[in-house]
Design a protein around this ligand. Structure first.
Ligand code: MG
Length: 381
């Protein structure tokens, strides 16, 4: 089964308020529609993402360019917009999931349930059993009670085998309010799977408040971003070279320390441990342990990177400042970035190594030692 997700974002959303259509208003740091786009794009079963836009929106910066999607102009009705999306499905696609852009809190679990049902059913859609009592009313007076037995609240994504749904749309009146209605009008059976109370459709201004609150609680769409800092100092002693950010630099003295005393690499390593809340180099590699005497500092850095990866974090960037009068760092800057990026497994343009003097003030100014300070960000999607 190869599946395309069609995000229908061609409506104007006038009931939600605001100066722009509701699907492009910002919630949880990005446009409403971007949340669902990311959810489907990241789902392993989805091989094509199709975004149906209002023709007026196509040349605007409103809609997210990431994740990559097949862009389609919608039609005058919802049915026409869905038909445009169906026409854009690639030749290898055999099932489609059609989703409202205004449902940003769609979960993998609901997507999985729809996909599972499509293995045995031509159509499947999530819904919730109606539990509130339903009234008929007129002029603010209750005129009767509706039996709620067998009533469901429909949600999306609504999933179908592509061929039968295309035929159903071709035969439709264009007046149906969703794809389940189109499918049923064509005689197709549609299975009901369990929906999700959080999978709300943003319709009114109050819905934005509720959706933002749900996002804070579920964290379904927000990455975990951590920041850590590191600071280190090593004193000068006898010798003819220093190690700084993994590069050996000839000098009139050497930095003293239990390991190779690479003060820059130590600061970056401690920043990673700091972002993880996992102590520092001394805790993981005690100076009292003779096996680390003279150790190459990349052992520490690689340990911190692996610890971050084991917890699902990748490194966003690292910024390290070396504080010394000499040696001059500039000639070695590119080599340091290359070495650090290799040990950290990230592109060198995510690493910064800078240097400053301290205007001959303090211990670094008197050339008694070198200090380093570093900041690192970690990201878990
Ligand atoms: Mg150190």
């Amino acid at each position: 089964m190869t599946t395309a997700a069609i995000i229908v974002a061609a409506g104007r959303g006038t009931r939600a308020g605001g100066d722009i259509p509701k699907q492009w208003q910002i919630i949880g740091g990005r446009p409403v529609a971007a949340h669902a786009m990311a959810r489907f794009a990241n789902h392993p079963a989805i091989t094509q993402l199709i975004l149906v836009l209002h023709p007026d929106d196509i040349d605007t910066p409103l809609w997210p360019r990431e994740p990559a999607a097949t862009i389609v102009a919608g039609g005058a009705t919802r049915a026409a917009s869905v038909q445009a999306g169906l026409a854009a499905a690639g030749p290898d696609i055999d099932t489609v999931l059609i989703h409202d852009a205004a449902r940003p809190l769609i979960s993998d679990a609901v997507i999985d349930r729809v996909l599972a049902a499509l293995a045995t059913s031509v159509g499947a859609a999530p819904a919730l059993v109606v539990t509130d009592t339903l009234w008929h009313g007129a002029e603010a007076t209750v005129t009767g009670v509706q039996d709620r037995t067998g009533l469901f609240r429909a949600q999306t994504p609504q999933g179908f085998h592509l061929g039968p749904l295309r035929e159903a749309h071709a035969a439709s009146t264009g007046q149906e309010t969703d794809d389940v209605a189109v499918a049923r009008a064509a005689g197709l059976d549609v299975s009901i799977v369990a929906g999700d109370e959080a999978n709300i459709k943003i319709t009114t201004p109050e819905d934005f408040v509720r959706a933002a609150e749900l996002m804070r609680h579920t964290m379904t769409s927000l990455p975990d971003i951590r920041c850590g800092n590191g600071y280190d100092v090593h004193r000068f002693g006898p010798g003819d070279h220093v190690w700084l950010c993994g590069v050996q630099i000839p000098h009139t003295r050497s930095l003293q320390g239990h390991s190779d005393a690479d003060v820059g690499m130590h600061a970056v390593t401690d920043a990673i441990y700091g972002a993880l809340g996992k102590g520092d180099i001394g805790q993981h590699f005690p100076p009292s342990d003779p096996q680390w005497k003279g150790a190459a500092s990349h052992i520490f850095l690689e340990h911190a990177v692996a610890l971050a990866a084991s917890q699902g974090f990748s490194i966003g960037n690292a910024d390290c400042t070396l504080v010394c009068e000499y040696p001059k760092i500039g000639p070695h800057h590119d080599a340091m970035k290359a070495v650090m990026s290799a040990y950290m497994g990230i592109e060198s343009d995510r690493i910064s190594v800078k240097a400053t003097t301290s205007e001959k003030l303090g211990f670094t100014g008197r050339e008694e030692g070198i200090a380093a300070i570093a900041t690192v960000t970690l990201i878990k999607p």
